[in-house]
Design a binder for this molecule. Structure first.
Ligand code: CA
Length: 251
């Protein structure tokens, strides 16, 4: 039976909710804290997020949620209408204690002004009930990706691999003193390989991080991009690790 808080979906379910891991292969599952007092919504969210591979913890009240976030948590899904504490205050308390923690707020339709207050209180994104599960999952993935990207020190300082310099923030790369002309996905691929220079990067991870898919049927695209990068970097820079992936090394 369809949960009443989920927006009615037409028969696009299979396409709207692709079976794909919500995190890069080889990583520990992200830990999500769901703060929601409505029993049906809370258990529904826990179930759906659980089947997607997330490690889910539930809190029904605001105050314990602020305490719970002291444990390592990667993202909070926060309902604004809570019994013991205003969700906006919970958001503010979470943001104060954890400046980098992604917070996704849920609000009922008659709380639209609260959404603005929630964003002002430090929330990163919001969904208005009823929402589509596929949309919630997409927002969760986007927030986790954004958080992971800002954690990487490479964002701040250009990466130096031998004679190659990659400035991820500026999206520019140089080989020696010559700036490379790279298409967007070529840059993303090079940035990933450079961040892991000297180490193997699996095709699965590349497909996930650069193309946002776990569909390995799309790897012909990857081959084309590897070839383009080899032409620009010199043939020896990228080693093919048969059946595994690639490794970038530059003298
Ligand atoms: Ca509620």
């Amino acid at each position: 039976m369809r949960a009443p808080w989920v927006q009615r979906q037409r028969r696009v379910k299979a396409r709207a909710m692709p079976r794909r891991p919500p995190y890069a292969p080889g990583m520990a599952p992200p830990r999500l804290l769901v703060v929601e007092d409505d029993e049906a919504i809370a258990s529904g969210l826990a179930r759906v997020l659980g089947t997607q591979g997330y490690d889910v913890r539930l809190e029904r009240r605001g105050r314990p949620a602020v305490t719970a976030a002291a444990d390592p948590i990667d993202l909070v899904i926060l309902d604004l209408g809570l019994p013991d504490m205003d969700g906006i205050d919970v958001c503010r308390a979470l943001r104060r204690a954890h400046p980098d923690l992604p917070i996704l707020i849920l609000s009922a339709r008659d709380q639209e002004l609260d959404v603005v207050a929630g964003l002002d209180a430090g929330a990163d994104d919001y969904l208005v009930k009823p929402f589509k599960l596929s949309e919630l999952l997409a927002r969760v993935r986007a927030q986790l990706r954004r958080a992971a990207a800002t954690e990487r020190p490479s964002e701040a300082e250009p990466l130096q691999v031998g004679g190659l310099r990659v400035d991820i923030g500026a999206r520019r790369a140089w080989l020696g003193s010559k700036e490379l002309s790279l298409r967007p996905k070529e840059f993303d691929l090079l940035a990933l390989l450079a961040a892991e220079a000297g180490r193997a990067v699996t095709r699965e991870r590349i497909m996930y991080e650069v193309w946002d898919t776990d569909w390995l049927g799309a790897t012909r695209t990857l081959d084309t991009h590897i070839l383009a990068l080899r032409n620009k970097l010199g043939g020896d820079a990228i080693t093919t690790l048969r059946g595994v992936g690639y490794r970038l090394e530059l003298p």
